[in-house]
Design a protein around this ligand. Structure first.
Ligand code: F42
Length: 145
C-alpha cells in the first residue's frame, strides 16, 4: 500500500487534513472566500505515493472540472503530470468520495463551455489565464462504472 505524502505547501496540507479529518464537514472552502473546494486523490507518477490535491469545486452534472491553474504560474502544477500518467482519481466533495477518471480536454467547444463554467465558479481563473502564456489545462473527471 503506497503511503500518503502531504503537500509541501503547509496551507494545502492543512486544508486536506482538516477536510478529510472532519469527514468533509470542515475546511470545505478556499480560505474566507466561502467558495467550495474538492479534494482530488491522485497517484504520484514518479514516487507512486498517494497525493491529495484540493481544487476549486466546479461541478458539471455528476462530473467535475479540474483546472490546473496553479495561480497562473508559468509551469503546470505537478499533479497535472500525475493525472496524465494515471487518470484514476478519487474525488471528495464534502462527505462524498467517488472514484472518477480524469481526461484532459483538448481545445474545443466542450473545453470552452467548461472553462466558462469554471470561471463562473471561481472568477480568478480568468486572471490566471491572463497572467500566463501557457494554456491552462482543463480536465473533466467522470464517475467510473
Ligand atoms: N490549484 C490549482 O491548480 N487549481 C485550483 O483550483 C486550486 C484550488 C485550491 C483550493 C484550496 C487549496 O488549499 C489549494 C488549491 N490549489 C489549487 C492548490 C493545489 O492544491 C496545489 O497545491 C497546486 O495546484 C500545486 O500543485 P502541485 O502538484 O504542483 O503541488 C506541489 C507543491 C507538490 O505537491 N509537490 C510535491 C513535492 O514534494 O514537491 C510533489 C508532488 C507530486 O505529485 N510529485 C509526483 C510524485 O511522483 O509523487 C511527481 C510529479 C512530477 O512530475 O515531478
Amino acid at each position: 500500500m503506497s503511503e500518503y505524502i502531504p503537500s509541501p505547501s503547509a496551507w494545502v496540507a492543512d486544508q486536506v487534513e482538516l477536510y478529510e479529518g472532519s469527514n468533509g464537514t470542515e475546511g470545505l472552502t478556499l480560505r474566507d472566500t466561502g467558495l467550495p473546494v474538492i479534494i482530488v486523490t491522485n497517484r504520484g507518477h514518479k514516487t507512486g505515493a498517494i497525493r491529495k490535491t484540493p481544487l476549486m469545486r466546479v461541478a458539471d452534472g455528476n462530473n467535475y472540472v479540474l483546472v490546473a491553474s496553479k495561480g497562473g504560474a508559468p509551469e503546470h502544477p505537478l499533479w497535472y503530470h500525475n493525472l496524465k500518467a494515471d487518470p484514476n482519481v478519487e474525488i471528495r466533495d464534502a462527505a462524498n468520495v467517488t472514484p472518477m477518471r480524469a481526461r484532459e480536454l483538448e481545445d474545443s467547444a466542450e473545453r470552452d463551455r467548461l472553462w466558462d463554467l469554471a470561471v463562473e465558479a471561481f472568477p480568478p481563473y480568468q486572471d490566471y489565464k491572463e497572467k500566463t502564456d501557457r494554456m491552462i489545462p482543463v480536465f473533466i473527471a467522470e464517475p467510473v462504472g
